[in-house]
Design a protein around this ligand. Structure first.
Ligand SMILES: CC(=O)SCCNC(=O)CCNC(=O)[C@H](O)C(C)(C)COP(=O)(O)OP(=O)(O)OC[C@H]1O[C@@H](n2cnc3c(N)ncnc32)[C@H](O)[C@@H]1OP(=O)(O)O
Length: 409
């Protein structure tokens, strides 16, 4: 199998192969177009060809920043457009492309790769673990009363609220720069969030295929008129669907939730992306009014340099753990002593007895604090070698806020 970086000349072959592999074309029907692949850069695309030169497989990466616990954004490669022609599957084409791509990521000096998986069975073998989850929250309008404090919130009707915050309804095309700026502030503090390069906003990429219904944006401004959050939504058949609620703090989120939940002429409000453990459910006066559905893994994380990855994130507690990490896909096996003091981690090779033995994909799952190591111990994925090791790992890896990613790529 010949695997090479795509050039401008064979970019059409790349796109044609992705389409044939997926069997459909995930278009984003928003105003002004929005072809998801138009955000790809040829020099970050791989094309696999057979010995006689026929293109059969594709894979690409986007350059993103991922925010780690402790509000630390780091460069990562976001894997996308992975496809192998149906006629050439289960012959190792993807495995060869993954190996090639992970080597490239390392060569770029990056230590993390991330992706959204089309199927949960594909990527663990390549060292990726599901690291963030998301779900949908549906609230019937007639049970939507909030008993959350109104600090900084608006009244539910457009215009100025009693605390001076305000909401303005705009169309996406009118306020792209504003959304970009607010999103960028939000993503730098939210563990698990990805940057959206400027080019993406211009291309209207980064949003999943959605209905062609008109989309509106409720922009929240603080008392000085500075935008600090937004909710993008559409209304169809009495359902108001919020694609994204982006808020730079919890009070702004509450204000936006109050706004959409108070919208006239809708029978229910669907929040498409709610992180696990989000306070919104607790803010509903009727605790049972919010129905959670569609809980799913979202961002998968792959560590390519364990010491660099562990020392790059922030930590809230002091502690010491010996991690024995197997990476079968890359044929690596290392034991690390992780020492956290005053929020800073040190990670060095050790021959001490391990506290935990785990696969690199499980380390990816616990890395952002979204899954407790003890859950994976109980699931039989991680082995704990002494009593208390799992509880200590839980306390250490936990993030100040559940990691969440709503970027689609
Ligand atoms: C980040 C993204 O872009 S997600 C999008 C992924 N792409 C798609 O879903 C498009 C449709 N599917 C495809 O194009 C292909 O089936 C791919 C890309 C998922 C897999 O490509 P292949 O070349 O068949 O994978 P390859 O032959 O290297 O398989 C390696 C191993 O993974 C297994 N595997 C691959 N795909 C799957 C799957 N969908 N479900 C279960 N196991 C799978 C294979 O059985 C094989 O296992 P083995 O080593 O025990 O024999």
């Amino acid at each position: 199998m010949d695997i090479r970086t795509t050039t401008d000349e064979d970019f059409d072959a790349f796109v044609g192969t992705v389409h044939a592999a997926f069997g459909h074309f995930p278009e984003t029907p928003v105003e002004g177009g929005g072809l998801w692949w138009s955000a790809l850069e040829a020099e970050r695309c791989l094309l696999a060809r057979t010995a006689d030169g026929r293109p059969v497989g594709t894979a690409a990466t986007y350059p993103f920043e991922l925010t780690l616990p402790g509000e630390r954004p780091v460069p990562v490669s976001g894997v996308t457009a992975v496809g192998v022609l149906p006629s050439h599957r289960r012959q190792g084409v993807l495995s060869s492309m993954m190996r090639h791509q992970l080597e490239e990521v390392r060569a770029r000096g990056e230590f993390l790769s991330v992706l959204l998986a089309s199927e949960a069975l594909i990527y663990r073998r390549f060292g990726y673990g599901p690291a963030t989850h998301t779900s949908r929250l549906t609230v019937p309008r007639h049970r939507a009363a909030l008993d959350a404090p109104r600090g900084g919130a608006v009244t539910g009707a457009p215009g100025a609220g009693p605390d001076g915050g305000s909401v303005e309804i705009l169309r996406g095309a009118e306020c792209r720069e504003l959304l970009e700026e607010v999103y960028d502030r939000y993503r730098r503090t939210q563990p698990g969030a990805l940057s959206r390069p400027h080019r993406w906003w211009a291309l209207r990429a980064g949003q999943p295929p959605v209905s062609p219904a008109p989309r509106y944006v409720a922009v929240h401004r603080d008392t000085d008129g500075v935008p600090d959050g937004y909710a993008s939504y559409s209304i169809e058949s009495g359902t108001l669907t919020v694609d994204e609620t982006i808020a730079t703090d919890d009070a702004v989120f509450t204000a936006l939730a109050r706004f959409v939940l108070g919208h006239d002429l809708v029978s229910q409000v669907v929040f498409k992306h709610v992180p696990p453990g989000h306070p919104l459910r607790w803010q509903l006066a009727d605790l049972r009014a919010g129905e959670v559905s569609g809980d799913t893994d979202w961002l998968w994380v792959r560590l390519l340099d364990v010491p660099r990855a562990l020392t790059a994130r922030g930590w809230s507690l002091d502690g010491e753990l010996v991690l024995d990490v197997q990476d079968p896909f890359l044929g690596e096996h290392d034991r690390h002593l992780l020492t956290v003091r005053d929020g800073k981690a040190d990670c060095v090779p050790t021959d001490r007895d391990p506290d935990l033995s785990l696969d690199i994909s499980d380390l990816g799952s616990v890395y952002l604090g979204g899954t407790a190591p003890s859950t994976l111990v109980r699931a039989g994925h991680i082995r704990a070698h002494r009593p208390g090791a799992a509880a200590l790992a839980d306390a250490l890896f936990r993030a100040e806020r559940a990691p969440h990613c709503l970027h689609w790529f």
